[in-house]
Design a protein around this ligand. Sequence first.
Ligand SMILES: Nc1nc2c(c(=O)[nH]1)N[C@H]1C(S)=C(S)[C@@H](COP(=O)(O)O)O[C@H]1N2
Ligand SMILES: [Mo]
Length: 575
Amino acid sequence: MESNRRVPLWAAALIGLVSGAVAVGVSLLVAGLVKASAFPVVAVGNAAVDLTPAALKDFAIRTFGENDKTVLLTGIFLVLAAIAAAVGVLAVRDIRYGLAGLAAFGAVGVLAVLTRPGAAAVDVVPTVVGVAAAMFALYRLIARALTPAGGPQEEGWSVGPQEAGPLAGPAGTGPHDGRAAVGGRGEERHGREPVVGAGGEERYGAPVPPVMRAGSGPYPFDRRRLLIGTLGGVAAAGVAGLAGRMLSGRAEVAAARVGMALPRPAVPAAPLPTGVDLRIRGLSPFVTPNHDFYRVDTALVVPQVDPRNWTLRIHGMVDRPVELTFADLMKRPLEEADITLCCVSNEVGGPYVGNARWLGTSLAGVLRDAGVRKGADMLLSTSADGWTCGTPVDVVLDGRDALLAFGMNGEALPVEHGFPVRQVVPGLYGYVSATKWVTDIKVTRFDRDEAYWTPKGWSAMGPVKTQSRIDLPRDGARVAPGRTVIAGVAWAQHKGVEAVEVRIDRGQWRQARLAVAPTADTWRQWVVDDWDATPGSHTIEVRATDATGYTQTPDLAPVAPDGATGWHSVSVDVA
Ligand SMILES: Nc1nc2c(c(=O)[nH]1)N[C@H]1C(S)=C(S)[C@@H](COP(=O)(O)O)O[C@H]1N2
Ligand SMILES: [Mo]
């Protein structure tokens, strides 16, 4: 076990890290080449996301917000790096331990890949080839670190047990006595030892008379050769990774999206009435720009779906199963609708809500063409990356603007918002309605099928709860005394916001002035502009009443299982 203890720890860890990088780069390249959908790091990450207990996931969303994916990916890479470094350390002791470590790691990767929804056998190829490449890199780097160049073993490189001598450590030599194993063949290796020149420089070359380095054993650590090998490994990993990314379809999909001309809808939404936007600085604009629109999904990397290959299958409890292409979808009657989308994970006062003008075709229309059978009460929609969503059939068929949307605020859907096609259903939280990258809709029953979030403790039904939020002043703000604008947004999709009230320091409720709302499906801006702020600290609370007459309850409920309740409040210091 002490065969190669002359390799310092940092070098061993470096060897492992570079081998890991080679695994990642090569598997990215292979994933691009064979068009496999599953890149192991992401598959492991996605599996981790799916296996994460709901409570931890809520914590992550709460703590890291929309950065939760970055945090998770960073975490995964740190763990991977630690494992890779450990593999290097093991490998330096005995190459077989290192190879076994990589193999175990590959097995976990293969398992993660295969358990992804819709995984195919081809999806394991990137992992297997990546791990094989890492094994080769590990072997090569240790060889470089320990074996001088120019020797015959350089030319006829092979990983057979003979050449593996120092790497294999005790290979075939009995007990784990590395020294004995190495020593057994030490004599014949002396001729290939590095030559120490006058300036301490190492020179290589077979014809130079062998000079033993004082105090060194038969396989001294060769830092320079290791570092050169390291650079080679990193370069190879980088080139492979970049090539893989180019092959991943990202560029094609981006080009298809940019080149997409949005047709004119047969039913265009009326131009926004004047007065929908109070144009107050710091207040959420009525239309949320696409780049500011919140993003919530379980996809660690955004699915790249080329509209030319996209199809939507509608099947299950229908009379006529159909499969639509993107061209089929565009030929259908198109409509536009302003709809506010919000997330069940939005805390009271939280940011996961946005309003956009969506362009698409009626989901109900598509379902009617397929002929929904009696008894069906759920649409189980699936995204290109295997996420599932259960939507009540009656809600989709009740005449509201439930859409298969491909346009958002005048452009093709941004890729992270579901390009080429997503669902949007006013009045339902996103997790039960807003499937992005949708490719499959099974007409079924709630008592037969379950969507992604349901077994994780979220309600199968997700009607949006009436909510209001104070955007101005910000919580914790310092405000000058005198006239101060209080403003925000309120939403009760498909019911409509009827009134918003504000109170200061638990005093009398005052009616806020409401901006115009084009339909009941959007949020509504509101403002109180006659508050005379007096010095001191003050608490501002808001509550909305929807068109059914329901006023938001002050009772606090957490986001799980079906959406938070309570009044949003902010505290300000007036001075
Ligand atoms: N494919 C897919 N679609 C999805 C999700 C997802 O995880 N995967 N999340 C849903 C949730 S919980 C919400 S709130 C909305 C958010 O849509 P946005 O990211 O475009 O704002 O997408 C929904 N559609
Ligand atoms: Mo959500």
